[in-house]
Design a protein around this ligand. Structure first.
Ligand code: URA
Length: 248
């Protein structure tokens, strides 16, 4: 059984939520810039229960979380890296305090790939989502450069030989949704895996979008570039079987 939560001082809550050093957080509170449930608190030693605490800093509302779990709709031309080379980083799409507290992406998407990206500061959760042993299913919507020659799906299902791999790489499932569109589910996370598999099967990827992780689909009301918190049930569903394919 988990231990009951203990009240914690406001400066320490703010520090953990990514608002700077303990000293900087004490200053924020002393300056009257922090409110809890709409009431300005100027005592940094005042204590509160952290999880779900509604607070604001300079009028901006926040909900305190022991750990944070986010889904981001990654647009193209954004890099999944803290040190981007040529484009904006996905971290630039998140509020500063989340980056301060060490939120990291669970896996990568190429700069020209859009779709669902999960981020968290819970290292065990990130590890579980990305560990090959867990075989978490990732669903990709693939638009091909050339219409399928009739055998592509079969080749991807039976396995294609990638350079530097000992064994053929097999898709968990592949469904043809249109002459030049596939829905491909993979349970590994090899480098550029979709593009390399399609190339090894004799075609090329024109456009790539990750539509689901496990049974959790990218929410239709989450526009590209936007993020939101995942609910505990949504977190669980990331580890469940993928949704049935949607034929176009
Ligand atoms: N496979 C790729 O080739 N690119 C991605 O971004 C994800 C999977």
């Amino acid at each position: 059984m988990s231990k009951p939560e203990r009240p914690v001082s406001l400066d320490s809550i703010l520090q953990h939520q990514g608002f700077g050093t303990r000293r900087a957080c004490r200053v924020l509170v002393h300056q009257g810039r922090v409110a809890v449930d709409g009431v300005v608190i100027d005592d940094p030693d005042a204590t509160f229960l952290t999880e779900g605490l509604n607070f604001s800093v300079d009028g901006e509302p926040w909900v305190a979380r022991a750990q944070v779990y986010l889904v981001l709709h990654k647009p193209v031309e954004v890099e999944v890296s803290r040190k981007p080379q040529h484009h904006l980083s996905v971290h630039a799409l998140l509020p500063g305090p989340y980056n301060e507290r060490g939120v990291q992406a669970a896996g990568r998407l190429d700069t020209d790939t859009s779709g669902i990206l999960v981020l968290s500061d819970d290292g065990m959760f990130v590890h579980a989502l990305t560990s090959p042993k867990r075989e978490v299913a990732k669903t990709y919507e693939v638009t091909l450069v050339h219409p399928d020659d009739g055998d592509l799906v079969h080749r991807l299902r039976s396995g294609v030989q990638l350079r530097d791999e000992d064994e053929p790489t097999v898709a968990h499932s592949v469904v043809q949704v249109a002459p030049n569109r596939l829905q491909l589910v993979l349970t590994e996370g090899k480098y550029h895996q979709v593009k390399r598999m399609i190339a090894a099967a004799g075609n090329r990827v024109a456009w790539l979008h990750r539509s689901a992780i496990g049974a959790f689909r990218l929410p239709a009301d989450l526009p590209a570039g936007k993020w939101r918190e995942l609910t505990p049930a949504e977190r669980e569903s990331l580890f469940a079987e993928p949704p049935a394919p949607r034929r176009g």
